[in-house]
Design a protein. Structure first.
Length: 256
C-alpha cells in the first residue's frame, strides 16, 4: 500500500523522524555536577544543575577498552562543565552529546580540606536543588561560591555555613528575622518568622540562637573569617541550617 509517493513503512519512518525532531532539540549550557549513580552494568545517571533548565538527569555509558566516550572524571561532584545534550519534552533521562571542562579548579582537587567541603556541599546541594527549575541568579551564586572556595588560602571553617545560609535568599526561603531580633521574641523555623517566646512551634529557636541567626544573615564571603565559632557551636548551627532546609525544601532528607 502506498500513501502518495511513499510506501506505508517509509511513511511511518518519516512520521517518527518528524516527531523526534519536533519534540527534541540540541541545547548547550553550563552545569554543576551534583550527583552520580551507577545505572546497570555499564552506565551511570548524572544529575546536573544547569543554568538553562535547572536540574537535569543524564544517562551516560562507562567507556570500556578502546571504546571512546565522555570521561567520567569530568563528572566529579561540583565540577563545572559546559555540555551539549538532546532535550526531549517529558523525558526524565537525557543523553549528553558533548561535554567540556568549564573553568577548571586550581586547588580543590589537591586540598583535603576543600575536598571534604565539596563532598558535604555536593550532597547538600543535590537534595536542595534536585527539583529546582531555571534560576540563573542561583546558578551564578553557586558558581561564584565554588570559585571563591577554590581561590581561598585559608579561613574556610565557616564557608559551608555562610554559603548555605546566603543561598536561602536565592531559593526564596530566606529567614524573616530582620536586622535586629526583638527582645522576648524567637525565630520559628517552621513559620519562618519571629514569635513571642513560648508561643512558637516545636522548631522554635532560643532567643540567643535567634540573635545569632540575625547576625549570621549579615555575614558575607568577604567577612566570614571574622565569625568565631567553637566546634560545638558550628555543629549546632549546621543542625539549625539543615532543619530549616528540611522544613522548607520538599523531600529534603535528614543528612548523615
Amino acid at each position: 500500500m502506498k500513501i502518495g509517493c511513499l510506501s506505508v513503512p517509509l511513511a511511518i519512518i518519516f512520521v517518527l523522524l518528524w516527531v523526534k525532531i519536533l519534540f527534541s532539540m540540541l541545547e548547550s549550557t553550563s552545569g554543576i555536577v551534583l550527583h552520580k549513580l551507577r545505572y546497570g552494568d555499564d552506565g551511570v545517571i548524572v544529575d546536573v544543575y544547569t543554568r538553562l533548565r535547572g536540574t537535569l538527569s543524564f544517562v551516560m555509558r562507562i567507556p570500556r577498552g578502546r571504546r571512546r566516550g565522555i570521561p567520567l572524571l569530568m563528572m566529579q561532584p561540583l565540577n563545572i562543565v559546559d555540555l551539549a545534550y538532546d532535550y526531549r519534552v517529558g523525558h526524565q533521562l537525557l543523553r549528553i552529546r558533548d561535554v567540556h571542562q568549564g573553568m577548571p579548579y586550581g586547588s580543590i582537587p589537591y586540598d583535603h580540606v576543600k575536598g571534604s567541603l565539596v563532598l558535604f556541599l555536593s550532597d547538600f546541594l543535590y537534595h536542595a536543588l534536585r527539583s529546582e527549575a531555571q534560576n540563573e541568579s542561583l546558578f551564578d551564586f553557586v558558581c561564584s561560591c565554588l570559585w571563591r572556595l577554590d581561590g581561598c588560602d585559608g579561613g574556610l571553617a565557616n564557608f559551608h555555613i555562610v554559603m548555605l545560609v546566603r543561598m536561602t535568599k536565592y531559593l526564596g526561603i530566606c529567614p524573616n528575622v530582620g536586622r535586629k531580633a526583638k527582645v522576648g521574641h524567637a525565630f520559628d523555623m517552621q513559620e519562618s518568622e519571629l514569635v513571642e517566646v513560648g508561643k512558637g512551634s516545636a522548631h522554635c529557636l532560643t532567643e540567643e540562637e535567634t540573635s545569632f541567626l540575625s547576625k549570621l544573615l549579615r555575614v558575607s564571603m568577604d567577612n566570614m573569617h571574622l565569625l568565631k565559632l567553637t566546634r560545638e557551636q558550628r555543629w549546632r548551627v549546621l543542625e539549625m541550617v539543615e532543619m530549616y532546609y528540611r522544613l522548607h525544601v520538599p523531600e529534603f532528607p535528614c543528612l548523615k
